[in-house]
Design a protein around this ligand. Structure first.
Ligand SMILES: Nc1nc2c(ncn2[C@@H]2O[C@H](COP(=O)(O)OP(=O)(O)O)[C@@H](O)[C@H]2O)c(=O)[nH]1
Ligand SMILES: [Mg+2]
Length: 327
């Protein structure tokens, strides 16, 4: 890499370590581009300096009150004097477009608070690039001194599960009166939830939802012996939010270090995701733009078989290393 590249990286490292908000914003934008060489070098530099922050994943269906809850939690952590970063991975999130939760005055105070950094993130490139972009963004905010990182995702696809699985604590936000209740929760999400939240506890069906969920929670048997607790909140008023924050802390106390098997499995997955993303990006960037379409068409017409198509793509980009070794 040349000198101007190195100078740019060094300049950004310095600014981010100082917590320069404009530099952070600039870098996060750059990270959403699929292939920014200096942003990548920057994350390399920052990664060893990060690791102080508590990353809290907040997932659940659209409309369950995640954004409202995240804003409330942010206010609580701010009262404790901690800098808070919020990343919303939700296309419909009220955090997007600079509008913070409409007209609610207390929430708006977050927007003007220099100790709070809020960002919505959308898809980077193709094929799961989003989780890598989010992880990089968390690294940047962590290195910039944000001690609490709240990560809001809609718990639907594998992408979201990948994203929240990198959090140290994951909250699953449920609401009363969901109809089919606990059964509606996707298995993958259920497994990664460390704390269950029944938000909208001002709803008349709350007691029933709580009964259902408690009987479900009794069946959970985790390797780490943690019994996922249930906290009821009313995010719109802030009721229960302090208890939630305390519960998160007790989970953190329960697992003070990040080296147990689950953490290791998460990092393994993360690495494998990066490998496949990088390889796919390389293949796509070395074949003609319409090559993939042509092969797809021929596959559909059964003029070519998938294995031969794969070989053609691999040979085209000279990735001999990818060729299957025959014994
Ligand atoms: N009654 C009630 N409404 C809530 C509560 N929490 C959030 N809401 C409302 O639910 C709607 C969706 O909230 P939002 O935070 O955007 O949900 P998200 O899609 O999960 O991020 C908004 O109109 C909120 O005001 C709550 O505890 N009680
Ligand atoms: Mg939201």
């Amino acid at each position: 890499m040349n000198d101007s590249h190195n100078a740019e990286v060094a300049d950004k490292v310095e600014k981010i370590s100082r917590g320069d908000v404009r530099a952070i914003a600039r870098v996060l934008t750059e990270l959403e581009r699929p292939d920014s060489p200096w942003a990548r070098s920057l994350v390399r530099e920052l990664y060893p300096r990060a690791g102080q922050a508590l990353v809290i994943g907040v997932t659940g269906s659209p409309g369950s009150g995640k954004s409202t809850l995240v804003a409330r939690m942010a206010l609580t952590y701010r009262e404790a004097g901690l800098k808070v970063g919020i990343i919303a991975v939700d296309p419909s999130s009220p955090f997007s477009g600079g509008a913070i939760l409409g007209d609610r005055i207390r929430m708006q105070s977050l927007a003007s608070d220099p100790g709070v950094f809020i960002r919505s993130m959308a898809t980077r490139g193709q094929l799961g690039g989003l989780s890598a972009a989010v992880e990089d963004a968390l690294t940047v905010l962590d290195a910039a001194g944000y001690r609490i990182l709240l990560l809001e995702t809609v718990g639907v696809g594998q992408d979201e599960i990948d994203i929240v699985s990198t959090a140290q604590v994951t909250l699953l936000v449920l609401v009363p009166g969901m109809g089919d209740g606990v059964q509606a929760i996707k298995a993958g999400v259920m497994e990664i939830a460390d704390v269950f939240v029944i938000n909208k506890a001002d709803h008349p069906e709350t007691a029933r939802a709580e009964r259902e969920l408690r009987s479900f929670l009794r069946m959970i048997n985790r390797d780490d012996r943690w019994n996922p607790p249930l906290v009821k909140t009313v995010a719109t008023t802030g009721q229960g939010v302090e208890e939630l924050v305390n519960t998160i802390q007790s989970f953190r106390d329960f697992r003070p270090n990040g080296t147990e098997p689950r953490r290791k499995a998460v990092q393994r997955q993360r690495l494998l995701r990066l490998v496949s993303q990088r390889l796919v990006t390389r293949i796509l960037s070395s074949v003609e733009p319409d090559e993939l379409d042509r092969l797809a068409e021929r596959l559909g017409a059964r003029e070519i078989d998938p294995d031969t198509a794969l070989e053609q793509l691999i040979l085209k980009c000279g990735l001999a290393v990818l060729e299957e070794k025959s014994e």
